[in-house]
Design a protein around this ligand. Sequence first.
Ligand code: TEU
Length: 550
Amino acid sequence: MEWWKEGILYQIYPKSFKDSTGNGVGDLPGIISQVDYLDYLGIDMVWLSPIFASPDFDNGYDISNYRKIKPEFGDMADFHTLMEELHRRDIRLILDMVVNHTSSQHKWFQKSRENSRGPFADFYHWETDKPNNWESFFGGPTWSFDEAREEYYLHLFHEEQPDLNWENPRVRQEVYEIMKFWLDKGVDGFRLDVINLLSKAEGYPEGEKKSSGYTDGSPYFVNGPKLTDYLKEMNQEVFKNYDMVKIGEVIGGEPQYYKSLIADTEKALDLLIHFDHVSLDQRKDKWTGKEFSLVSFKQVIEKWLRTLAPEGWNAFYLENHDQPRSVERFAKGGKYRERSAKMLATMLLTLPVTPFIYQGQEIGMTNLNFTDISEVVDVESRNFYNSFIENGGDPQEALELISTRGRDNGRSPMQWNSSRGAGFTSGTPWLKLNDNYQEVNVDQEKEKENSVLQYYRDLISFRKNNPALIRGYFMQSAADDEDIFAYWRKGKDRTFLVVLNFSNTIQVFLDDHYSKNLEFIMSNVMVKEDHASDKIPPLAPYEARIYSQH
Ligand code: TEU
Protein backbone atom coordinates (compact mmCIF):
# COMPACT_ATOMS: atom_id res chain seq x y z
CA MET A 1 0.00 0.00 0.00
CA GLU A 2 1.19 3.47 -0.80
CA TRP A 3 0.59 4.75 2.71
CA TRP A 4 2.66 7.87 2.15
CA LYS A 5 0.01 9.21 -0.22
CA GLU A 6 -2.71 9.12 2.39
CA GLY A 7 -0.63 10.23 5.35
CA ILE A 8 0.46 13.55 6.80
CA LEU A 9 4.10 14.10 7.58
CA TYR A 10 5.53 16.10 10.47
CA GLN A 11 9.14 17.23 10.33
CA ILE A 12 11.18 17.43 13.52
CA TYR A 13 14.44 19.33 13.76
CA PRO A 14 15.83 17.41 16.74
CA LYS A 15 18.21 20.10 17.88
CA SER A 16 15.30 22.49 18.45
CA PHE A 17 12.40 20.28 19.47
CA LYS A 18 12.76 19.36 23.14
CA ASP A 19 15.75 19.25 25.47
CA SER A 20 15.59 16.65 28.26
CA THR A 21 18.97 17.37 29.87
CA GLY A 22 19.14 21.14 30.30
CA ASN A 23 22.17 21.59 28.02
CA GLY A 24 20.14 23.78 25.66
CA VAL A 25 20.08 21.26 22.81
CA GLY A 26 17.09 19.11 21.89
CA ASP A 27 17.52 15.33 22.05
CA LEU A 28 15.85 11.98 21.43
CA PRO A 29 14.51 11.54 24.98
CA GLY A 30 12.97 14.98 24.49
CA ILE A 31 11.19 13.79 21.36
CA ILE A 32 10.10 10.60 23.16
CA SER A 33 8.48 12.77 25.84
CA GLN A 34 6.37 14.43 23.13
CA VAL A 35 5.26 11.41 21.15
CA ASP A 36 1.81 11.75 22.69
CA TYR A 37 1.69 15.29 21.39
CA LEU A 38 2.38 14.02 17.86
CA ASP A 39 -0.39 11.49 18.29
CA TYR A 40 -2.74 14.19 19.59
CA LEU A 41 -1.99 16.29 16.51
CA GLY A 42 -2.98 13.35 14.33
CA ILE A 43 0.01 13.06 12.00
CA ASP A 44 1.10 9.76 10.42
CA MET A 45 4.81 10.06 9.73
CA VAL A 46 7.71 11.80 11.37
CA TRP A 47 10.78 12.90 9.45
CA LEU A 48 13.73 13.56 11.71
CA SER A 49 16.45 15.85 10.42
CA PRO A 50 19.83 14.06 10.84
CA ILE A 51 20.42 12.40 14.20
CA PHE A 52 23.85 10.91 13.42
CA ALA A 53 27.28 11.74 14.77
CA SER A 54 28.36 15.07 13.34
CA PRO A 55 30.72 17.94 14.18
CA ASP A 56 27.77 20.22 13.31
CA PHE A 57 29.37 22.53 10.80
CA ASP A 58 25.98 22.32 9.11
CA ASN A 59 23.82 21.16 12.02
CA GLY A 60 24.06 17.45 11.36
CA TYR A 61 23.99 17.60 7.56
CA ASP A 62 27.70 16.80 7.84
CA ILE A 63 27.79 13.23 9.10
CA SER A 64 30.94 11.73 10.60
CA ASN A 65 29.46 8.33 11.49
CA TYR A 66 26.26 7.09 9.89
CA ARG A 67 25.78 4.23 12.33
CA LYS A 68 26.06 6.25 15.49
CA ILE A 69 23.57 8.58 17.16
CA LYS A 70 25.02 12.02 17.88
CA PRO A 71 25.93 11.73 21.60
CA GLU A 72 24.28 15.09 22.30
CA PHE A 73 21.00 13.56 21.07
CA GLY A 74 21.26 10.28 23.01
CA ASP A 75 22.21 6.75 22.05
CA MET A 76 20.97 3.76 20.09
CA ALA A 77 18.74 2.64 22.96
CA ASP A 78 16.98 6.02 22.82
CA PHE A 79 16.57 5.62 19.09
CA HIS A 80 14.92 2.23 19.53
CA THR A 81 12.62 3.55 22.22
CA LEU A 82 11.60 6.45 20.01
CA MET A 83 10.88 4.18 17.07
CA GLU A 84 8.84 1.80 19.23
CA GLU A 85 6.83 4.60 20.81
CA LEU A 86 6.03 6.03 17.39
CA HIS A 87 5.15 2.67 15.90
CA ARG A 88 2.91 1.84 18.83
CA ARG A 89 0.88 4.89 17.86
CA ASP A 90 0.90 3.97 14.17
CA ILE A 91 3.30 6.76 13.34
CA ARG A 92 6.01 5.92 10.83
CA LEU A 93 9.59 7.05 11.20
CA ILE A 94 11.61 8.58 8.37
CA LEU A 95 15.32 9.32 8.71
CA ASP A 96 17.34 11.93 6.87
CA MET A 97 20.05 10.34 4.70
CA VAL A 98 22.77 12.72 3.61
CA VAL A 99 24.80 10.81 1.04
CA ASN A 100 25.90 13.44 -1.43
CA HIS A 101 28.60 14.40 1.04
CA THR A 102 29.98 13.39 4.43
CA SER A 103 31.67 15.35 7.15
CA SER A 104 35.38 15.99 6.68
CA GLN A 105 35.73 14.13 9.97
CA HIS A 106 34.27 10.94 8.57
CA LYS A 107 36.91 8.20 8.60
CA TRP A 108 36.61 7.80 4.81
CA PHE A 109 37.69 11.38 4.27
CA GLN A 110 40.41 11.12 6.90
CA LYS A 111 41.85 8.12 5.05
CA SER A 112 41.24 9.62 1.65
CA ARG A 113 43.18 12.78 2.40
CA GLU A 114 46.11 10.77 3.77
CA ASN A 115 46.77 8.75 0.72
CA SER A 116 46.24 9.17 -2.99
CA ARG A 117 46.59 5.46 -3.68
CA GLY A 118 44.99 3.56 -0.78
CA PRO A 119 41.52 1.96 -0.79
CA PHE A 120 39.84 5.25 0.12
CA ALA A 121 41.76 7.36 -2.39
CA ASP A 122 38.82 7.70 -4.76
CA PHE A 123 36.02 8.08 -2.23
CA TYR A 124 35.88 11.81 -2.91
CA HIS A 125 36.52 14.14 -5.86
CA TRP A 126 40.23 14.98 -5.87
CA GLU A 127 42.08 17.08 -8.47
CA THR A 128 45.66 18.28 -8.65
CA ASP A 129 44.67 21.54 -10.30
CA LYS A 130 41.55 23.41 -9.40
CA PRO A 131 39.19 22.52 -12.27
CA ASN A 132 36.78 25.44 -12.11
CA ASN A 133 35.50 28.36 -10.15
CA TRP A 134 32.05 27.04 -9.19
CA GLU A 135 30.34 28.76 -6.30
CA SER A 136 29.26 26.74 -3.30
CA PHE A 137 25.65 26.76 -2.06
CA PHE A 138 26.83 28.57 1.03
CA GLY A 139 28.90 31.15 -0.89
CA GLY A 140 32.64 30.91 -1.63
CA PRO A 141 34.44 28.25 -3.69
CA THR A 142 33.48 24.59 -4.11
CA TRP A 143 37.10 23.43 -4.33
CA SER A 144 39.38 23.60 -1.32
CA PHE A 145 43.03 22.67 -1.08
CA ASP A 146 43.85 19.91 1.34
CA GLU A 147 47.28 20.33 2.92
CA ALA A 148 47.70 16.64 3.69
CA ARG A 149 47.03 15.26 0.23
CA GLU A 150 48.15 18.42 -1.54
CA GLU A 151 45.19 18.29 -3.86
CA TYR A 152 41.86 20.03 -4.26
CA TYR A 153 38.61 18.35 -3.21
CA LEU A 154 35.06 19.20 -4.19
CA HIS A 155 32.42 20.42 -1.75
CA LEU A 156 29.16 21.82 -3.14
CA PHE A 157 28.29 22.97 0.39
CA HIS A 158 30.60 23.81 3.33
CA GLU A 159 34.31 23.01 3.06
CA GLU A 160 33.81 20.55 5.92
CA GLN A 161 31.25 18.70 3.72
CA PRO A 162 33.31 16.96 1.00
CA ASP A 163 31.22 15.43 -1.82
CA LEU A 164 31.39 11.67 -2.14
CA ASN A 165 32.53 10.29 -5.47
CA TRP A 166 29.54 8.29 -6.66
CA GLU A 167 31.47 7.09 -9.70
CA ASN A 168 33.25 4.75 -7.32
CA PRO A 169 31.25 1.50 -6.90
CA ARG A 170 32.74 1.01 -3.44
CA VAL A 171 31.26 4.30 -2.29
CA ARG A 172 27.88 3.22 -3.55
CA GLN A 173 28.08 -0.16 -1.81
CA GLU A 174 29.08 1.46 1.47
CA VAL A 175 26.10 3.80 1.26
CA TYR A 176 23.72 0.93 0.50
CA GLU A 177 24.98 -0.93 3.56
CA ILE A 178 24.30 2.11 5.72
CA MET A 179 20.79 2.38 4.33
CA LYS A 180 20.12 -1.31 5.02
CA PHE A 181 21.50 -0.95 8.54
CA TRP A 182 18.70 1.50 9.36
CA LEU A 183 15.96 -0.16 7.34
CA ASP A 184 16.68 -3.47 9.06
CA LYS A 185 16.13 -1.74 12.37
CA GLY A 186 12.63 -0.92 11.19
CA VAL A 187 12.64 2.65 9.93
CA ASP A 188 9.94 3.36 7.37
CA GLY A 189 11.80 5.45 4.87
CA PHE A 190 14.34 8.12 4.09
CA ARG A 191 14.36 11.73 3.20
CA LEU A 192 17.29 11.83 0.79
CA ASP A 193 19.20 15.07 1.10
CA VAL A 194 20.06 16.82 -2.22
CA ILE A 195 19.73 13.48 -3.95
CA ASN A 196 19.77 14.95 -7.45
CA LEU A 197 23.30 16.30 -7.05
CA LEU A 198 25.07 12.92 -6.86
CA SER A 199 26.36 12.78 -10.42
CA LYS A 200 28.93 15.33 -11.55
CA ALA A 201 29.71 15.88 -15.24
CA GLU A 202 33.02 14.49 -16.41
CA GLY A 203 35.85 17.00 -16.34
CA TYR A 204 33.90 19.41 -14.10
CA PRO A 205 33.32 21.98 -16.89
CA GLU A 206 33.47 25.65 -16.03
CA GLY A 207 30.12 27.39 -15.57
CA GLU A 208 28.88 30.83 -16.48
CA LYS A 209 30.18 33.72 -14.48
CA LYS A 210 27.94 35.11 -11.72
CA SER A 211 27.92 38.57 -10.20
CA SER A 212 29.73 37.15 -7.16
CA GLY A 213 32.75 36.46 -9.38
CA TYR A 214 32.31 32.71 -9.04
CA THR A 215 30.63 30.57 -11.70
CA ASP A 216 27.40 28.61 -11.80
CA GLY A 217 28.27 24.92 -11.90
CA SER A 218 24.69 23.72 -11.55
CA PRO A 219 24.31 22.51 -15.17
CA TYR A 220 27.11 20.08 -14.38
CA PHE A 221 25.77 18.54 -11.19
CA VAL A 222 21.98 19.12 -11.09
CA ASN A 223 20.40 15.92 -12.45
CA GLY A 224 23.82 14.91 -13.75
CA PRO A 225 24.53 12.27 -16.41
CA LYS A 226 24.51 9.20 -14.16
CA LEU A 227 21.87 10.19 -11.65
CA THR A 228 19.18 7.85 -12.92
CA ASP A 229 21.66 4.94 -13.04
CA TYR A 230 22.56 5.53 -9.41
CA LEU A 231 18.92 5.76 -8.38
CA LYS A 232 18.00 2.60 -10.23
CA GLU A 233 20.86 0.77 -8.60
CA MET A 234 19.91 2.11 -5.16
CA ASN A 235 16.41 0.88 -5.73
CA GLN A 236 17.59 -2.50 -6.91
CA GLU A 237 20.11 -2.99 -4.11
CA VAL A 238 18.12 -1.53 -1.25
CA PHE A 239 14.74 0.15 -1.58
CA LYS A 240 12.76 -2.43 -3.45
CA ASN A 241 13.22 -4.94 -0.64
CA TYR A 242 11.48 -2.77 1.94
CA ASP A 243 8.05 -1.29 2.53
CA MET A 244 9.30 2.25 2.70
CA VAL A 245 8.94 5.78 1.39
CA LYS A 246 11.72 7.53 -0.49
CA ILE A 247 11.51 11.30 -0.36
CA GLY A 248 14.05 13.04 -2.57
CA GLU A 249 15.12 16.59 -1.97
CA VAL A 250 15.80 18.01 -5.44
CA ILE A 251 17.30 21.33 -6.43
CA GLY A 252 16.49 22.84 -9.83
CA GLY A 253 15.18 20.83 -12.77
CA GLU A 254 11.74 20.59 -14.33
CA PRO A 255 8.71 18.62 -13.12
CA GLN A 256 8.65 16.73 -16.43
CA TYR A 257 12.08 15.30 -15.69
CA TYR A 258 11.09 14.32 -12.16
CA LYS A 259 7.96 12.64 -13.36
CA SER A 260 10.17 10.10 -15.06
CA LEU A 261 11.92 9.48 -11.75
CA ILE A 262 8.92 9.04 -9.53
CA ALA A 263 6.34 7.56 -11.85
CA ASP A 264 8.68 4.74 -12.80
CA THR A 265 9.20 2.59 -9.72
CA GLU A 266 12.54 1.36 -11.05
CA LYS A 267 13.82 4.86 -10.57
CA ALA A 268 13.49 4.88 -6.87
CA LEU A 269 11.74 8.03 -5.61
CA ASP A 270 8.19 8.42 -4.28
CA LEU A 271 7.94 12.03 -3.15
CA LEU A 272 9.91 15.17 -3.90
CA ILE A 273 10.90 18.22 -1.97
CA HIS A 274 11.45 20.84 -4.67
CA PHE A 275 12.10 24.56 -4.34
CA ASP A 276 9.90 26.12 -7.03
CA HIS A 277 7.22 27.69 -4.82
CA VAL A 278 9.74 28.87 -2.23
CA SER A 279 11.89 30.55 -4.88
CA LEU A 280 9.12 32.83 -6.12
CA ASP A 281 9.96 35.59 -3.68
CA GLN A 282 13.64 35.53 -4.64
CA ARG A 283 15.36 37.35 -7.46
CA LYS A 284 19.04 36.55 -8.08
CA ASP A 285 19.51 34.48 -4.98
CA LYS A 286 17.77 33.90 -1.68
CA TRP A 287 18.96 37.22 -0.25
CA THR A 288 17.47 39.39 -2.95
CA GLY A 289 13.75 39.60 -2.66
CA LYS A 290 10.85 39.95 -5.04
CA GLU A 291 7.25 40.58 -4.15
CA PHE A 292 5.16 37.46 -3.61
CA SER A 293 2.68 36.93 -6.46
CA LEU A 294 -0.26 34.66 -5.76
CA VAL A 295 -0.82 34.07 -9.47
CA SER A 296 2.71 32.70 -9.92
CA PHE A 297 2.35 30.68 -6.76
CA LYS A 298 -0.85 29.08 -8.05
CA GLN A 299 0.78 28.43 -11.41
CA VAL A 300 3.67 26.60 -9.80
CA ILE A 301 1.32 24.46 -7.73
CA GLU A 302 -0.88 23.67 -10.72
CA LYS A 303 2.12 22.86 -12.89
CA TRP A 304 3.48 20.30 -10.44
CA LEU A 305 0.08 18.78 -9.75
CA ARG A 306 -0.72 18.43 -13.45
CA THR A 307 2.70 17.16 -14.45
CA LEU A 308 3.22 14.49 -11.81
CA ALA A 309 -0.37 13.23 -11.68
CA PRO A 310 -1.88 10.77 -12.15
CA GLU A 311 1.08 8.37 -12.24
CA GLY A 312 3.12 10.31 -9.72
CA TRP A 313 2.23 12.08 -6.52
CA ASN A 314 3.20 15.41 -4.96
CA ALA A 315 4.44 16.39 -1.56
CA PHE A 316 3.89 19.97 -0.45
CA TYR A 317 5.42 22.14 2.25
CA LEU A 318 5.44 25.75 3.31
CA GLU A 319 8.18 25.51 5.91
CA ASN A 320 11.19 23.45 6.85
CA HIS A 321 14.53 23.87 8.59
CA ASP A 322 15.95 25.74 5.57
CA GLN A 323 13.07 28.16 5.15
CA PRO A 324 11.75 31.15 7.06
CA ARG A 325 8.37 30.78 8.77
CA SER A 326 5.38 30.86 6.42
CA VAL A 327 2.92 33.19 8.14
CA GLU A 328 4.53 36.47 7.13
CA ARG A 329 6.02 35.11 3.97
CA PHE A 330 2.84 34.00 2.25
CA ALA A 331 0.26 35.90 4.33
CA LYS A 332 0.47 38.38 7.20
CA GLY A 333 1.59 38.44 10.82
CA GLY A 334 0.67 40.86 13.59
CA LYS A 335 -3.05 40.94 14.24
CA TYR A 336 -3.56 38.52 11.34
CA ARG A 337 -1.03 35.95 12.53
CA GLU A 338 -3.48 33.31 13.71
CA ARG A 339 -5.87 33.81 10.85
CA SER A 340 -3.03 33.60 8.32
CA ALA A 341 -1.61 30.46 9.90
CA LYS A 342 -5.05 28.84 9.64
CA MET A 343 -5.60 29.99 6.08
CA LEU A 344 -2.27 28.45 5.03
CA ALA A 345 -3.15 25.29 6.95
CA THR A 346 -6.39 25.09 4.99
CA MET A 347 -4.46 25.13 1.74
CA LEU A 348 -1.82 22.65 2.89
CA LEU A 349 -4.40 20.16 4.09
CA THR A 350 -6.84 20.32 1.17
CA LEU A 351 -4.49 19.92 -1.80
CA PRO A 352 -3.98 16.54 -3.51
CA VAL A 353 -0.57 16.09 -1.94
CA THR A 354 1.19 14.57 1.03
CA PRO A 355 1.22 17.57 3.38
CA PHE A 356 4.46 18.25 5.26
CA ILE A 357 4.04 20.17 8.51
CA TYR A 358 7.18 21.58 10.08
CA GLN A 359 7.48 21.75 13.87
CA GLY A 360 5.94 24.93 15.24
CA GLN A 361 3.95 25.64 12.09
CA GLU A 362 0.93 24.10 13.82
CA ILE A 363 1.00 26.86 16.43
CA GLY A 364 1.81 29.65 13.99
CA MET A 365 5.42 30.30 15.02
CA THR A 366 7.07 33.31 13.40
CA ASN A 367 10.52 34.51 12.32
CA LEU A 368 13.22 35.65 14.73
CA ASN A 369 14.44 39.18 15.14
CA PHE A 370 18.23 39.25 15.06
CA THR A 371 19.83 42.37 16.49
CA ASP A 372 23.45 41.23 16.44
CA ILE A 373 25.40 38.80 14.27
CA SER A 374 26.60 36.98 17.40
CA GLU A 375 23.04 35.61 17.72
CA VAL A 376 23.15 34.00 14.28
CA VAL A 377 24.30 30.36 14.13
CA ASP A 378 23.58 29.20 10.58
CA VAL A 379 26.67 28.94 8.39
CA GLU A 380 24.84 30.15 5.29
CA SER A 381 23.62 33.31 7.05
CA ARG A 382 26.99 33.99 8.64
CA ASN A 383 28.76 33.67 5.28
CA PHE A 384 26.22 35.99 3.74
CA TYR A 385 26.72 38.54 6.51
CA ASN A 386 30.49 38.54 6.10
CA SER A 387 30.45 39.00 2.36
CA PHE A 388 27.70 41.62 2.57
CA ILE A 389 29.78 43.65 5.01
CA GLU A 390 32.99 43.10 3.01
CA ASN A 391 31.24 44.57 -0.01
CA GLY A 392 30.37 47.69 1.94
CA GLY A 393 26.85 46.67 3.00
CA ASP A 394 25.12 48.00 6.10
CA PRO A 395 25.17 45.52 9.03
CA GLN A 396 21.65 46.52 10.06
CA GLU A 397 20.33 45.72 6.61
CA ALA A 398 22.13 42.37 6.63
CA LEU A 399 20.52 41.48 9.96
CA GLU A 400 17.09 42.43 8.65
CA LEU A 401 17.58 40.17 5.66
CA ILE A 402 18.71 37.33 7.93
CA SER A 403 15.66 37.92 10.13
CA THR A 404 13.29 37.47 7.18
CA ARG A 405 15.17 35.09 4.91
CA GLY A 406 17.78 33.20 6.93
CA ARG A 407 17.54 29.55 7.88
CA ASP A 408 17.72 30.13 11.64
CA ASN A 409 14.16 31.49 11.53
CA GLY A 410 12.82 27.98 11.16
CA ARG A 411 15.28 26.58 13.66
CA SER A 412 14.42 28.57 16.77
CA PRO A 413 13.42 26.33 19.68
CA MET A 414 9.92 24.86 19.76
CA GLN A 415 7.63 26.85 22.05
CA TRP A 416 5.96 24.45 24.47
CA ASN A 417 4.85 26.75 27.28
CA SER A 418 5.34 30.19 28.76
CA SER A 419 7.99 29.28 31.33
CA ARG A 420 11.57 30.48 31.04
CA GLY A 421 13.13 28.49 28.18
CA ALA A 422 9.64 28.07 26.65
CA GLY A 423 9.48 24.51 27.96
CA PHE A 424 12.15 23.67 25.39
CA THR A 425 15.02 23.72 27.86
CA SER A 426 15.75 24.42 31.50
CA GLY A 427 19.13 25.80 30.42
CA THR A 428 20.27 28.26 27.78
CA PRO A 429 18.98 27.38 24.29
CA TRP A 430 21.61 26.89 21.56
CA LEU A 431 19.74 29.37 19.36
CA LYS A 432 17.67 32.22 20.71
CA LEU A 433 14.01 31.79 21.45
CA ASN A 434 11.41 33.83 19.70
CA ASP A 435 10.36 36.77 21.88
CA ASN A 436 6.71 35.81 21.44
CA TYR A 437 6.90 32.44 23.24
CA GLN A 438 4.69 33.65 26.07
CA GLU A 439 1.80 34.25 23.69
CA VAL A 440 2.57 31.54 21.15
CA ASN A 441 3.08 28.12 22.69
CA VAL A 442 1.63 24.63 22.68
CA ASP A 443 0.14 24.71 26.18
CA GLN A 444 -1.88 27.81 25.46
CA GLU A 445 -2.91 26.58 22.07
CA LYS A 446 -4.20 23.39 23.65
CA GLU A 447 -6.37 25.29 26.07
CA LYS A 448 -7.61 28.04 23.84
CA GLU A 449 -10.74 27.47 21.80
CA ASN A 450 -10.28 28.09 18.07
CA SER A 451 -6.51 28.17 18.36
CA VAL A 452 -4.23 27.51 15.40
CA LEU A 453 -3.40 24.13 16.92
CA GLN A 454 -7.06 23.16 17.31
CA TYR A 455 -7.66 24.24 13.74
CA TYR A 456 -4.83 22.00 12.53
CA ARG A 457 -6.24 19.08 14.48
CA ASP A 458 -9.74 19.60 13.14
CA LEU A 459 -8.52 19.88 9.56
CA ILE A 460 -6.27 16.85 9.87
CA SER A 461 -9.15 14.72 11.04
CA PHE A 462 -11.50 16.25 8.47
CA ARG A 463 -9.05 15.38 5.69
CA LYS A 464 -8.74 11.83 6.95
CA ASN A 465 -12.50 11.37 6.95
CA ASN A 466 -12.91 12.82 3.49
CA PRO A 467 -10.92 10.98 0.85
CA ALA A 468 -12.08 13.52 -1.77
CA LEU A 469 -9.60 15.93 -0.19
CA ILE A 470 -6.78 13.46 -0.70
CA ARG A 471 -7.35 11.73 -4.01
CA GLY A 472 -10.20 13.81 -5.43
CA TYR A 473 -9.83 15.61 -8.75
CA PHE A 474 -8.30 19.10 -8.42
CA MET A 475 -9.69 21.95 -10.47
CA GLN A 476 -8.90 25.63 -10.00
CA SER A 477 -11.46 28.38 -10.28
CA ALA A 478 -10.42 31.93 -11.15
CA ALA A 479 -6.81 30.89 -11.71
CA ASP A 480 -5.73 34.43 -12.59
CA ASP A 481 -7.31 36.12 -9.58
CA GLU A 482 -4.51 37.95 -7.77
CA ASP A 483 -6.01 37.66 -4.31
CA ILE A 484 -8.00 34.45 -4.14
CA PHE A 485 -6.90 30.85 -4.46
CA ALA A 486 -10.00 28.74 -5.08
CA TYR A 487 -10.29 25.13 -6.12
CA TRP A 488 -12.65 22.20 -6.29
CA ARG A 489 -11.86 18.76 -5.00
CA LYS A 490 -14.12 16.24 -6.60
CA GLY A 491 -14.20 12.78 -5.09
CA LYS A 492 -16.35 9.72 -5.64
CA ASP A 493 -18.87 10.65 -2.99
CA ARG A 494 -18.28 14.30 -2.21
CA THR A 495 -17.16 17.50 -3.83
CA PHE A 496 -15.55 20.36 -1.94
CA LEU A 497 -14.87 23.96 -2.78
CA VAL A 498 -11.95 25.62 -1.00
CA VAL A 499 -11.69 29.42 -1.14
CA LEU A 500 -8.65 31.20 0.30
CA ASN A 501 -8.23 34.94 0.55
CA PHE A 502 -4.50 35.72 0.36
CA SER A 503 -5.09 39.47 0.63
CA ASN A 504 -5.60 41.90 3.50
CA THR A 505 -8.81 43.26 2.02
CA ILE A 506 -12.37 41.98 1.78
CA GLN A 507 -12.83 39.92 -1.37
CA VAL A 508 -15.92 38.94 -3.28
CA PHE A 509 -15.68 35.53 -4.81
CA LEU A 510 -18.35 34.22 -7.14
CA ASP A 511 -18.26 31.11 -9.12
CA ASP A 512 -21.50 31.44 -11.10
CA HIS A 513 -21.31 28.04 -12.52
CA TYR A 514 -21.09 26.32 -9.23
CA SER A 515 -22.16 28.54 -6.39
CA LYS A 516 -25.44 26.68 -6.05
CA ASN A 517 -26.07 23.93 -3.56
CA LEU A 518 -23.10 24.78 -1.44
CA GLU A 519 -23.05 23.83 2.18
CA PHE A 520 -20.76 25.75 4.50
CA ILE A 521 -18.33 23.42 6.27
CA MET A 522 -15.72 25.56 7.97
CA SER A 523 -13.91 28.87 8.00
CA ASN A 524 -11.09 30.40 10.01
CA VAL A 525 -13.19 33.54 10.54
CA MET A 526 -16.89 32.88 10.17
CA VAL A 527 -19.20 30.52 12.03
CA LYS A 528 -21.91 28.50 10.35
CA GLU A 529 -24.77 30.48 11.95
CA ASP A 530 -23.59 33.68 10.27
CA HIS A 531 -23.56 32.08 6.89
CA ALA A 532 -27.24 32.55 6.14
CA SER A 533 -27.70 32.81 2.41
CA ASP A 534 -26.88 30.19 -0.16
CA LYS A 535 -24.64 32.72 -1.88
CA ILE A 536 -20.99 33.00 -1.00
CA PRO A 537 -20.62 36.06 1.27
CA PRO A 538 -17.50 38.21 0.79
CA LEU A 539 -14.36 36.86 2.41
CA ALA A 540 -12.64 38.71 5.22
CA PRO A 541 -8.87 39.38 4.94
CA TYR A 542 -6.99 36.06 5.01
CA GLU A 543 -10.19 34.12 5.38
CA ALA A 544 -10.32 30.47 4.31
CA ARG A 545 -13.54 28.60 3.69
CA ILE A 546 -14.45 25.08 2.82
CA TYR A 547 -17.81 24.25 1.24
CA SER A 548 -19.31 20.97 0.29
CA GLN A 549 -21.47 20.69 -2.81
CA HIS A 550 -24.53 18.50 -2.99
O1 TEU B 1 19.46 21.52 1.62
C1 TEU B 1 19.86 21.73 0.30
C2 TEU B 1 19.96 23.12 -0.10
O2 TEU B 1 20.11 23.37 -1.25
C3 TEU B 1 19.89 24.18 0.91
O3 TEU B 1 21.10 24.23 1.57
C4 TEU B 1 19.61 25.45 0.26
O4 TEU B 1 20.60 25.76 -0.67
C5 TEU B 1 19.59 26.51 1.27
O5 TEU B 1 18.87 26.09 2.37
C6 TEU B 1 18.96 27.70 0.69
O6 TEU B 1 18.81 28.59 1.69
C7 TEU B 1 19.85 20.38 2.26
C8 TEU B 1 19.50 20.48 3.72
O7 TEU B 1 18.13 20.59 3.86
C9 TEU B 1 20.25 21.62 4.32
O8 TEU B 1 19.90 21.85 5.66
C10 TEU B 1 21.72 21.32 4.20
O9 TEU B 1 22.47 22.43 4.64
C11 TEU B 1 22.13 21.00 2.77
O10 TEU B 1 21.23 20.11 2.13
C12 TEU B 1 23.47 20.34 2.75
O11 TEU B 1 23.38 19.05 3.28
